[in-house]
Ligand binder design. Structure first.
Ligand code: ZN
Ligand code: FE
Ligand code: FE
Ligand code: ZN
Length: 281
């Protein structure tokens, strides 16, 4: 593949040898760019591995602007697999970002079991039917008991951790996206959630996406990440790219934060087995 950027500039990007485990595709209805363009950007950034983790079909509502339809899932999996076989210079993993919806665990497990994923990423974007990270419904934060909302969020995310469905949980403090934070100290919400994550033995994602959202910080924030580190919880790294130019975004800052709190490696997955990659810088 032809890469036109001079190597001196590439060296300054701070992405060489890293991985991006959170790439979307146009199938979800709110991402742009061919899969090949995401991969081309990964090659340009000298990433060693990428994982597509597009939105799993939502089981509680049909909204073509939020996820692929159920009938599309086999095509998604075979498309990413085909790419993984043909691309050289970067490993391509087959992942999926699955909404944890209480009550839908069995149905979710049944659908997932038909496919050979490298990793399954759990996420909570809905609380009791409300798509709390959707800009269309941001007004629902107004007048809410924010502490109660955060407690509910971490309770549901903790259930996701204990569900046995997932290898990693995406953007663990997504509830802060629009900057609505409780006045109260939330440390013990993090701690009781992380106890469940540690007990279940799964990994968490460090996502750079939050830096470009109203909250303006990584998911998870540094204090939260420090608590993860204390419990030796493995972490993956992702940009939540919904367009090719977002691949590997803000990775220099992510690695700096990981190093500050004491991480020396990140988690990788192959056929749902976890490995680790030493941070390259
Ligand atoms: Zn999305
Ligand atoms: Fe998400
Ligand atoms: Fe995502
Ligand atoms: Zn996401």
């Amino acid at each position: 593949m032809h890469v036109s950027t001079p190597s001196g500039i590439l060296g300054d990007m701070g992405t060489s040898g890293l991985v991006d485990y959170h790439l979307h595709t146009p199938r979800c209805g709110h991402a742009v760019g061919d899969l090949e363009e995401y991969v081309a950007r990964a090659l340009q950034l000298k990433l060693s591995e990428v994982g597509f983790s597009d939105h799993f079909p939502l089981l509680h509502l049909r909204d073509p602007s939020l996820s692929m339809a159920l009938e599309e899932l086999p095509d998604y999996v075979s498309e990413v697999n085909r790419l993984a076989e043909t691309v050289s210079g970067v490993r391509v993993r087959v992942g999926i970002e699955v909404d944890y919806l209480p009550g839908y665990e069995e149905k979710t497990a049944e659908i997932l079991s038909a496919h050979a994923f490298d990793y399954i990423m759990g996420a909570v974007h809905f609380l009791d039917g409300w798509g709390f990270d959707d800009p269309r419904y941001v007004d629902c934060y107004r007048g809410r008991d924010l502490y109660g909302l955060w407690a509910r969020y971490f309770q549901v995310l903790g259930e996701a951790a204990g569900s046995g469905l997932f290898d990693v949980l995406a953007h663990p403090d997504l509830i802060k996206k629009f900057g609505f934070r409780p006045r109260e100290d939330v440390t013990h919400l993090y701690v009781s959630f992380l106890d469940r994550v540690a007990a279940a033995g799964l990994a968490l994602e460090v996502s750079t996406a939050g830096l470009s959202k109203p909250v303006g910080e990584m998911y998870p924030g540094e204090d939260f990440l420090r608590l993860c580190r204390e419990r030796e919880i493995p972490v993956t790294l992702g940009s939540d790219a919904h367009s090719p130019r977002e691949v590997g975004r803000d990775y220099r800052a992510a690695v700096a934060m990981l190093r500050r709190v004491g991480y020396r490696e990140i988690a990788l997955f192959e056929r749902r087995r976890r490995n680790s990659l030493p941070l390259p810088f």
